[in-house]
Design a binder for this molecule. Structure first.
Ligand SMILES: Cc1ncc(COP(=O)(O)O)c(C=O)c1O
Length: 296
């Protein structure tokens, strides 16, 4: 079967045209690859380039396609919703967002309230702002080797070279190595980077700075897969409660995959805030748990 509807359009021609109109030649530079490739469509675990080549998609667009490409049930639901003249309304809530929020709260026991965003980065930005508003503090702790989105506060190099990082520091912190130019010093000075699986370093920072939140993936999944050691995730929650900071789990990659209730369900740990995302068709959200004995 010839799966190539665009057989007369070569990969090189599309890339050449894209580079005339799109900064960097591709929307989101994370998708830039050499040699260039142009995919046309996907179904299930397979994707097809404009030359008609078939690939198994182990990448899954950095994770969202957990149900495969163009899952029939998801597509049918979306088409049904569009055909019923649903829209995004500028005022008030609606039935669908309420139903989604309830499903999410039912699935993840730590969630009491949710807010829905378009991307994981927006969700982590909201989580940081909420933590700052709640605690009245400005400093933030992130993990070396973690990724939490593209905005200034989290935009440190994910895989810096050993020369950039320097020798292992514990207990202690690493310098903020920016992912790109344009991140002001006033932002960098509020961010503290520590080793994953290193509670003494976390306590070192919590003890020295007024920390609003500790934001971490429960499993580092952007540098390969780094699992938390036994007791580490609960240790983060406990230290946050001791020092009055908010513990935020970034489950953008782990959520709904290992288990419906996320990696927090696997570990049996309840963070104060959770961020989920990279879900097929873009339903990203942050979830809130506001305990009576909340920190701060
Ligand atoms: C753990 C984690 N957090 C946040 C994000 C940011 O999500 P988005 O690309 O939807 O902004 C990502 C994206 O890969 C991620 O892996």
């Amino acid at each position: 079967m010839n799966l190539n509807e665009n057989a007369n359009i070569t990969t090189a021609a599309i890339i050449r045209e894209a580079s005339q109109y799109i900064a960097g030649g591709v929307v989101s530079l994370n998708r830039k690859v050499v040699p260039g490739i142009v995919f046309a469509y996907g179904k299930g675990s397979k994707i097809y380039d404009v030359e008609g080549n078939e690939y198994i998609d182990y990448h899954a667009a950095f994770a969202p396609h957990l149900l495969g490409h163009n899952n029939a049930r998801v597509n049918e639901s979306i088409i049904k919703t569009i055909k019923s003249n649903r829209s995004l309304f500028g005022s008030g809530t609606n039935e669908l967002e309420t139903r989604l929020a309830k499903l999410l709260c039912d699935a993840v026991p730590s969630l009491e309230l949710v807010q829905i965003t378009n991307t994981g980065s927006e969700a982590t930005a909201h989580a940081i702002r909420l933590s700052r508003a709640f605690t009245g503090r400005d400093h933030i702790v992130l993990m070396l080797g973690g990724y939490n989105g593209w905005h200034n506060e989290v935009s440190r190099a994910v895989m810096p070279s050993p020369e950039q990082v320097g020798p292992r520091v514990s207990p202690g912190e690493y310098p903020f190595i920016p992912l790109s130019a344009g991140i002001p010093e006033s932002t960098r000075s509020l961010i503290h980077i520590v080793n994953f699986n290193d509670l003494p370093s976390l306590e070192y920072v919590l003890n020295r700075y007024p920390v609003a939140c500790v934001l971490t993936e429960p499993v580092l999944q952007n540098i390969g897969v780094v699992l938390p050691e036994n007791g580490y995730l609960q240790g983060i929650v406990d230290l946050c409660e001791k020092y009055g900071a908010i513990c935020v789990f970034d489950e953008v990659k782990t959520g709904f995959r290992t288990r419906l209730d996320g990696y927090q369900g696997v570990a049996g740990v309840k963070p104060h805030l959770s961020v989920f995302g990279l879900i097929d068709k873009n339903a990203d959200f942050s979830g809130f748990r506001m305990d009576p004995e909340r920190p701060g």
